[in-house]
Ligand binder design. Structure first.
Ligand code: FES
Length: 95
């Protein structure tokens, strides 16, 4: 997307996910479930997860993996990323 195409839109980046000094549940999930190694892909994974969980609060593993298509991680093999998002979904539903 060109920047001009986002003119007037609300844009949230990973820096805007934490609230009042507390990690967002998705960020917490990546920390707790070891969802990153080098961290290069992490902002995109977290923001993609946020979009996924906004439309599907309890995604299956297959739905998470499908939702992450287009985001590439060279380090983790995706297993712990999926677990991180499942952790966040569970936490967001219980709060
Ligand atoms: Fe290194 Fe994903 S953690 S590319």
């Amino acid at each position: 997307m060109l920047a001009a195409q986002a003119d007037g839109a609300e844009i949230i980046t990973i820096e805007g996910m934490a609230q009042k000094g507390s990690l967002h549940p998705i960020q917490e999930g990546f920390r707790e479930m070891h969802g990153l190694q080098c961290g290069f892909c992490t902002p995109g994974m977290v923001m993609t997860a946020a979009d996924l969980l906004a439309t599907n609060s309890s995604p299956s593993e297959a739905e998470i993996r499908h939702g992450l298509e287009g985001n590439f991680c060279r380090c983790t093999g995706y297993h712990n990323i999926v677990k991180s998002i499942q952790y966040a979904a569970d936490k967001m539903q219980s709060s």
